[in-house]
Each structure stands twice: as C-alpha cells, then as structure tokens.
Design a protein around this ligand. Structure first.
Ligand code: UD1
Length: 412
C-alpha cells in the first residue's frame, strides 16, 4: 500500500553511456539509477580512457575527450550484455574497434551475429580470433540502406551509434521502436545529431562532424514500474507509481485490467487497485514494443499462479526465458513449460522456500512470489536483481512488505 517513485531506466541509460564516447565534450545524465549494470558500463567507459564523475544526486557526468583505446576488454564484456553497444560507439569515433562476446543474463543464446552483419553492411570488415572481433573500416559508401531481418533493440542502437558521426547517410528499415531507442535518438539529437523518423521503424541518420556537450534527463523505467504493479497484483495491494512513463505501459495496463485491477491513470502516475483474486488470463504473449515486454514475463508468472484459473504465457523474444519456473514450482507454483509456452495453473497456494535467482527479471519474480507466499522465503543470487533494481528492498518495504536484505549474515 502506498506510493513509490520509479527509478531512471536502465535500458535507456546504458546506450547513452556508450554514446558519450562520441561526444566531443561532456555528457550529463540526470537521474541515473544506482544499479550495478550502470557501474559496469561506467567501468568500461573508464577503461577506454574516459572520465566519469558521479554526483550524490544521481547525476553522472561523462567526459570522453581522452578516450584512446579501441578495445572492449573481455573481462568487462563478459559481465554485461550492453558492452556490445560500445562497438558502434567506438567505430563511430575511431573507425576501428575490438570487442569480445558480451555476457549478460542467461535467458537464451543471445548471439551477436546481427550486430556483426550490420556493421559489415555499414562498410566495416571483421576478423575473429578466439571470441574477439576486430572491426576496421573498409569501403564506406556515402548512402547505405540497412534492412533488419527482425527489430532487435541492441542492433538498432549499435547502428545509430555507428552512424551519427561521419559522412554517411544511413537508412535503417524495420528498426526497433522501443521507447529506449527514441530516448537515445532524442539524446543524440540534443547533442547535435541529425536523425529523422525518431520513434518509427524507419530511421534516417545523416552523419555530422561533431557532437557537443549535452545534459539529458533519464526517463523512468517502464520495466521497474511494471514489476511493482505485479507485486501489488500478487498481494491485493493498492499502490501509486509516481514518475512513471504511462504512455509506454499501454499493453501492461491492458493486462492489469484483464487481471481485474482498477487503474487511475494520470499524466505521470498510475494507481493500481488490485482485486482480492486476479482473473485468469486465457493467453498472453510477449512481443516487440508496443507488445507485452519480455522483461515483464517472469514477474507476471507469480500473479498468474494465484489467479482464479489457468493461463498460458508464450515467450516470443528469447528462446529460454522460463528459467525461473523451477524455482517458482519449489514454492508451490504449478507451471509446466513446453518450448516457448508455459501453462500456469491458477488457484495455487505459494509457500515460503529458499530459492535462487539466476537472472535479473526472474529474480524479481521470485521476490514477488515470496511476498505473496505463506511463510518466509529466502531469495539468494540477489546480485542479479541489483543489476536492474536500485533498491527493491527499500521500495517494497516502503509499500509495507516484510522484506530485508541479508549481507554476510547481517540484515539491512
Ligand atoms: C534489449 C534489452 C532487454 C530486452 C530486449 C528485448 C537492453 C540493455 N536490453 O536486449 O532488456 O529484454 O531488448 O526487448 O536494452 N538476436 C540475435 N542476434 C543478434 C542480436 C539479437 O539473434 O545479433 C536475438 C536475441 O537473441 C533475441 C532477439 O534477437 O532473441 C531480440 O533481442 P534484442 O532486441 O537484440 O535484445 P537486446 O538488445 O539484447
């Protein structure tokens, strides 16, 4: 019960940090979430030669003037998937780049073939040696049209980052239209980039010679907002999400209504009145924006476990995103997975258990399940959750949850 302020968006900030490589001056990102994915992305920026000042008020100032290295070290790349975004940024600035295969959450194979393929289409050659890729400029046409086989978020961002500086005009067809891409384009535009078609699936990027100092307000995190909405739904709560991007949550709000919530939608706040028992959902599938976000698929599962009947969830983006199901079943959930479809049997009574988070959003789902389960639950592997949630314990406690963080035997 109560109000909670939504943090800045992880997936919007990460490409902006990479974009700071392209700026001939300083970048100030206002309202960055304090999460470990941002810490890792910043370490990488510093390893390239950039300088970073973190202010107490969550503003981060990045200065890429002295960046000299073209190499994303394997040690950093292995930690964070978004490290691949430095590929486009370094190429855009220096015309050559060396990257290792990125790490990140285990939710599927997550190859980088399309990142490589589209950089080749932009006129770069690539040599691969033991998991490291060296890209260098070959023959750069002045006008290039790229047709993406599917709208990948990261690939679209990498193309933008590789194209905003220079002499090329790049047309990207079937570009992803996730709100984080729109934010990246608006950020770059503010720094002097020339991008047409922002917010649409066809982008036209006209290279410019220089990007200048920029100050940018980080938008709110739609996935964190959705996670807290499902926490309320699983506990019969009434919560107000403040500083929330309501216009990016249309699909999520429709689902909340189908589940039986009453919503009060304001300009940048959303109040959710959860029913005592949620309605079953016949079928829901994840999809590219504006579809139901894959990142909210796991947090939805515990809600459906306690609904008044069975539901089917189909995962359309990542081929292996039901990893949390085994842990939820340990808590009394009845979920059976067949390929990319999960049948969630409703009317389940969840009971407290010791469970292990193996990735970010699955970890958040386990916390939601723990809130609504009878008895005590212990979720380990919380470093995964801290990759994307600034302080989920603080926020949920603020809303009345009985939850504490245990570090080395001490509770906080
Ligand atoms: C981004 C988000 C992630 C979200 C996802 C989908 C960030 C930092 N992460 O991830 O939270 O879940 O979008 O909305 O913004 N693929 C390939 N080859 C490639 C690239 C992608 O096969 O070279 C596949 C992926 O394995 C996946 C699909 O394309 O099956 C979509 O992935 P993509 O949109 O690229 O997701 P990310 O950018 O990695």
């Amino acid at each position: 019960m109560g109000q909670v302020e939504i943090q800045g968006s992880k997936n919007a900030v990460l490409p902006m940090i990479a974009a700071a490589v392209l700026v001939n001056g300083t970048v100030c990102l206002k309202g960055c979430p304090q999460i470990s994915d941002i810490d890792d992305m910043i370490k990488l920026f510093e390893a390239l030669g950039g300088r970073v000042v973190r202010k107490a008020n969550r503003d981060i100032v990045l200065d890429g003037k002295d960046i000299h290295s073209v190499k994303v070290e394997r040690e950093y790349a292995g930690k964070i998937r978004a490290s691949i975004l430095y590929l486009g940024a370094i190429l855009g600035r220096m015309g050559e780049a060396m990257v290792a295969k990125p790490g990140g959450c285990v939710i599927g194979k997550r190859p980088i073939d399309q990142h490589i393929f589209q950089m080749k289409n932009l006129g770069y050659r690539v040599d691969e040696k033991s998991g490291e890729y060296y890209f260098y400029s070959e023959k750069r046409e002045s006008n290039v049209t790229l047709q993406l086989p599917y709208s990948s978020v990261g690939v679209t961002e990498n193309i933008i980052l590789a194209s905003v500086l220079g002499n090329q005009t790049v047309c990207v067809r079937n570009a992803a239209i996730e709100p984080e891409i729109r934010s990246l384009c608006l950020f770059l535009k503010k720094a002097g980039a020339l991008i047409e078609g922002i917010g649409t699936s066809e982008l036209m990027i006209h290279g410019v010679h220089r990007l200048k100092d920029v100050v940018f307000e980080v938008p709110a995190d739609r996935i964190v907002a959705g996670t807290y909405a499902f926490a309320a739904m699983s506990t019969g709560g009434v919560i107000e999400l403040c500083h929330v991007p309501v216009n990016e949550l249309e699909c999520v709000m429709k689902l909340l209504l189908r589940l039986g919530a009453i919503l009060d939608i304001r300009e940048d706040s959303l109040t959710i009145v959860a029913p005592k028992v949620c309605n079953r959902i016949g079928y829901v599938e994840t999809g590219i924006y504006p579809g139901f976000p894959t990142d909210l698929q796991s947090p939805l599962l515990p809600v459906l476990c306690m609904a008044d009947g069975n539901s089917v969830v189909c995962e359309k983006i990542f081929e292996n995103r039901f990893g949390v199901v085994d842990e939820l079943n340990k808590m009394g959930a009845k979920i059976s997975v067949n390929g990319t479809k999960a049948t969630v049997f409703g009317k389940s009574r969840l009971t407290g258990a010791s469970v292990l988070a193996k990735e970010l959003r699955g970890g958040a789902a386990l916390i939601i399940a723990g809130l609504s389960a009878r008895g005590e639950s212990q979720v380990s592997g919380i470093s995964y959750i801290e990759r994307g949630y600034e302080d989920i314990v603080r926020d949920l406690r603020f809303l009345g949850a009985d939850i504490e963080k245990i570090t080395n035997g001490e509770t906080f």
